[in-house]
Design a protein around this ligand. Structure first.
Ligand code: XBP
Ligand code: MG
Length: 237
């Protein structure tokens, strides 16, 4: 029973290098709202230590503009919600127009794992629309047929490194953590998956290469040469 039965994929930074597109969308939303906020890559690399776009913007607001109580009369929460809606629309538009491609090896691993009967799940802190636009574009309109469980910001409000999204994914899979493996890109993601008892493969990217991946089962540059057989061999049960 403890042989490998399921793969649980993170989205941003793992399925695709999406964070540059997220960064552009945040800046677009700030400009659209008439704010003089602008996040550069160095700042965004630090801000990515906060999972969740709304949480990230709230953190920035409180850290950098603590004196600013609200914008055009609506309070902090309403303003953040409005900014996040603008950002998500901008991100969706960019991905729809081809701004992001899946990382090397991701599609072939998903397809071969599915063909070999492994159950596939998604455990992410991003918003559902972001998953849909990415995978509809990359896989096609029936992309959801490949995943038996999807847990995201709408179902798991406690963001990584909190393990909630992985704990809920395992519960819905109906499998022990020992029969599953997580694939992640960041320290927050690794901590969340390990806290839920999952062996975790890390594929770093430009925003997370400097992170501490202690506790990872393996750290590999990408999934280009990682096939199901390799994951089964690495899986310690
Ligand atoms: C990465 C995140 C998300 C994205 C932005 O999610 O932390 O917040 O940076 O997306 P993942 P939202 O768990 O897939 O690595 O603005 O929708 O949060
Ligand atoms: Mg990620």
């Amino acid at each position: 029973m403890n042989s490998l039965q399921a793969l649980v994929f993170d989205v941003d930074g793992t399925l695709a290098d999406t964070e540059s597109a997220h960064l552009a969308a945040f800046n677009h939303a700030f400009a659209e709202q008439g704010l003089d906020w602008h996040w550069d890559e160095a700042m965004y690399t630090r801000l990515l230590e906060i999972s969740g776009g709304k949480e990230r913007m709230t953190h920035y607001w409180k850290q950098v503009h603590p004196d600013m109580k609200d914008i055009d009369g609506s309070g902090l929460t309403d303003t953040i919600d409005h900014l996040h809606a603008l950002k998500t629309a901008a991100y969706e538009n960019a991905v729809q127009n081809g701004a992001v491609a899946l990382r090397p090896g991701v599609l072939s691993l998903i397809q071969s794992a599915h063909q070999q009967g492994l159950r596939l799940a998604i455990a992410t802190t991003t918003s559902p629309v972001n998953i849909a636009v990415l995978l509809r574009n990359a896989i096609g309109p029936d992309w959801k047929d490949l995943f038996v469980v999807i847990e995201d910001a709408s179902t798991a409000p406690k963001k990584k490194p909190h393990p909630q999204v992985y704990v809920q994914t395992l519960a819905r899979l109906g499998l022990p953590s020992s029969a599953c493996m997580a694939i992640e890109d960041s320290a927050n993601g690794l901590r969340a998956a390990v806290a839920a008892g999952l062996q975790t493969i890390i594929t770093p990217n430009q925003f997370t290469a400097h992170h501490d991946f202690t506790g990872a089962l393996k750290v590999v540059p990408d999934l280009a040469d990682v096939h199901v057989e390799q994951l089964r061999a690495w899986h310690q049960h």
